[in-house]
Ligand binder design. Structure first.
Ligand code: HEC
Ligand code: HEC
Ligand code: HEC
Ligand code: HEC
Ligand code: HEC
Length: 190
């Protein structure tokens, strides 16, 4: 009886030790961090780098599953993919930004004020991340939403359709006619 009990205690001890060891592995640190922060890069995730796809294709069934075209792949923002978090954030694991937008983005991208006579409202007010995800997105150009949805997030379709020019647009992307950042005049036409 007594022996049995101490065995059970031993098992308990081993389990607790294992829990400690596991808690320190990077996978768990990710779980831990991602509990507090969205978008902490998962160290276990296969990054959808286009140039490594061919190279990896022979490796394993797991990789093959990752590159099946039916699965939407994330497109990564270059500095995020290079883990240059401190280009935008003040500390490696802090979400505090070095500067407000749009200056944050104009560190590396040309100021739209130099390109356009008139700026689109959210561009002028520095709401780049109303349309772009700063880290990664499933849509091209890091866009948060596709097609007209990108614009109808803020503009009411019923208002848009009041204008005759929009009578026959159906599902045409708004960006077929409008520049999302700015233009020659208030209508931001391409
Ligand atoms: C190009 C600039 C840029 C880079 C590089 C960048 N971030 Fe961010 N990050 C942002 C911006 C901007 C926000 C705020 C998002 C918003 O306003 O919608 C943000 C928000 C966050 C947040 C808060 C949660 C969230 O998603 O809103 C975390 C956590 C974070 N980033 C982690 C990281 C980590 C980790 C890296 C490096 C692997 C990284 N970021 C690289 C710009 C960047
Ligand atoms: C540290 C430099 C840096 C900062 C800061 C930065 N970017 Fe970028 N961004 C890049 C680089 C490098 C590329 C890739 C350029 C290329 O492929 O021509 C890029 C590409 C992009 C693209 C195009 C992505 C694609 O798939 O073609 C968008 C959109 C973008 N950035 C938006 C932003 C926004 C919004 C911010 C601010 C929140 C920002 N960037 C801040 C460096 C930066
Ligand atoms: C109203 C939505 C919207 C806002 C706000 C916005 N963008 Fe964009 N951005 C777009 C769209 C749509 C595209 C894709 C245009 C295309 O494919 O021709 C784009 C493309 C880009 C690109 C890639 C250009 C290229 O030719 O590859 C960069 C860089 C970029 N945006 C930066 C910014 C920055 C910086 C801000 C804030 C100052 C910003 N954007 C605000 C919608 C927006
Ligand atoms: C984050 C919110 C937001 C998003 C997303 C957005 N817009 Fe806007 N848009 C605004 C604001 C704010 C104004 C300025 C309104 C004003 O000055 O009365 C504006 C103004 C405009 C104007 C000029 C209207 C005028 O009468 O001067 C056009 C054209 C326009 N947006 C088109 C678009 C298109 C096309 C898209 C998608 C690519 C888009 N918007 C996405 C907020 C947004
Ligand atoms: C076929 C080209 C075309 C498409 C597609 C288009 N627009 Fe326009 N839009 C125009 C033109 C041209 C004007 C200038 C209207 C004028 O001169 O009165 C305009 C004006 C506007 C205005 C300002 C005047 C108003 O009616 O409020 C807004 C806002 C606008 N468009 C948003 C959008 C949005 C959002 C979409 C997508 C759902 C879109 N447009 C799709 C051509 C287009």
């Amino acid at each position: 009886m007594k022996k049995c009990k101490s065995n059970r205690l031993n098992h308990l001890f081993i389990i607790i030790m294992l829990m400690f060891i596991l808690a320190c592995s990077s996978g768990n640190r990710y779980k831990w961090l991602s509990f507090f922060f969205d978008d902490v890069p998962n160290p276990n995730a296969k990054i959808a780098k286009t140039d490594s796809l061919q190279a990896d294709s022979s490796k394993s069934a797991f990789n093959a599953r990752q590159i099946r075209p039916s699965k939407p792949l994330y497109i990564f923002h270059a500095p995020y993919q290079e883990k240059a978090c401190d280009d935008c954030h003040d500390l490696a694991y802090s979400s505090r930004l070095l500067q407000p937008q749009p200056q944050l983005c104009y560190q590396c991208h040309e100021d739209f004020k130099e390109q356009f006579a008139v700026l689109h409202g959210p561009v002028a007010s520095g709401h780049c991340t109303a349309c772009h995800n700063p880290h990664m997105a499933k849509n091209k150009k890091l866009l948060k939403r596709k097609g007209q949805q990108l614009c109808l997030y803020c503009h009411e379709l019923s208002d848009i359709l009041k204008n005759d020019v929009h009578q026959d647009i159906d599902n045409t992307d708004c960006t077929e006619c409008h520049n999302p950042h700015g233009g020659e005049d208030e209508y931001l036409l391409n």
